[in-house]
Design a protein around this ligand. Structure first.
Ligand code: NAI
Length: 248
């Protein structure tokens, strides 16, 4: 139903997890997908498998917390493909510990990748999107950015920051045909959540009314909708996808 034919889409953190699911979904919807991450091997495998299923996929390696690298990567994509229509700021990390034990480095690393990386990406895509008077920017936040979470002050701050960033930029660019939205996933099965102990996983599962963890595809479907023409009247919003975990 949602067609991304001839749209050039950049997905950060595409080598695995939620980003990989988004890249797969976009490729199936006809987009020209540029998969971005730091690890080349994983990207090569992903692009090969997307192409094998008939997708139009490419990759770029980039550390998104490096502003110059992110900006020049965007420029090279615009040069090579003639346009850049969709940016998915998905790459993110955790460095969990209680605030009293949190080092400056743990704080800065998480904020630099999760929040500043998105700032770099959004800034870089503004010009090509404004030129076309069409664009979709989707930032992957987290329910933790809404509720907070003990042991994740750095991560929660970065994810709450993404929601504020989204609302502000949405207001700045709404008149130019560009929408900016957030997705706030709950507990999604990926390498990131695999790190949690079975005890923690069971505890979280008890708090999810739908009674299961999410899959990458649960997130990718909503991202596809927000990236589509059909979502052109939605901007500055955060869609929570969590199996009901934070229904209040
Ligand atoms: P993951 O750890 O499986 O994948 C993260 C991806 O980001 C990887 O491809 C990694 O290479 C890439 N990445 C990390 N730092 C990077 C950097 N500096 N430059 C370029 N790429 C970088 O994580 P997962 O679970 O797929 O999460 C994706 C996003 O969804 C993250 O922003 C995460 O915070 C968010 N999220 C995940 C949830 C979950 O339950 N898995 C829940 C809520 C939000």
């Amino acid at each position: 139903m949602f067609d991304l034919k001839n749209k050039v889409a950049v997905v950060t953190g595409a080598s695995r997890g939620i980003g990989k699911s988004i890249a797969e979904t976009f490729a199936s919807a006809g987009a020209i997908v540029i998969c971005v991450s730091r690890s080349e091997d994983a990207l090569i495998n992903l692009v090969e498998s997307l192409k094998a299923s008939g997708g139009n996929a490419h990759y770029r390696t980039c550390d998104i917390s490096d502003g110059e690298a992110f900006t020049s990567m965007v420029k090279s994509i615009v040069t090579d493909f003639g346009q850049l229509d969709i940016l998915i700021n998905n790459a993110g990390i955790t460095q969990d510990t209680l605030l009293m034990r949190m080092s400056d480095e743990q704080w800065t690393q998480v904020l630099d990748i999760n929040l500043k990386g998105a700032f770099f990406g959004i800034k870089a895509v503004m010009r090509p999107m404004m030129k076309k008077r069409w664009g979709r920017i989707i930032n992957i936040s987290s329910i933790v950015g809404i509720t907070g979470n003990a042991g994740q002050a750095n991560y929660a701050a970065s994810k709450a920051g993404l929601i504020g960033l989204t609302k502000s930029v949405a207001k700045e660019v709404a008149s130019r045909g560009i929408t900016v939205n957030c997705i706030a996933p709950g507990f999604i099965k990926t390498d990131m959540t695999d790190e949690l102990s079975d005890q923690v996983k069971e505890k979280i599962l008890k708090d999810i009314p739908i009674g299961r963890m999410g899959d990458g595809s649960d997130i990718a479907s909503a991202v596809l909708f927000l990236a589509s023409e059909e979502a052109s009247f939605i901007t500055g919003q955060t869609i929570v996808i969590d199996g009901g975990q934070i229904i209040s």
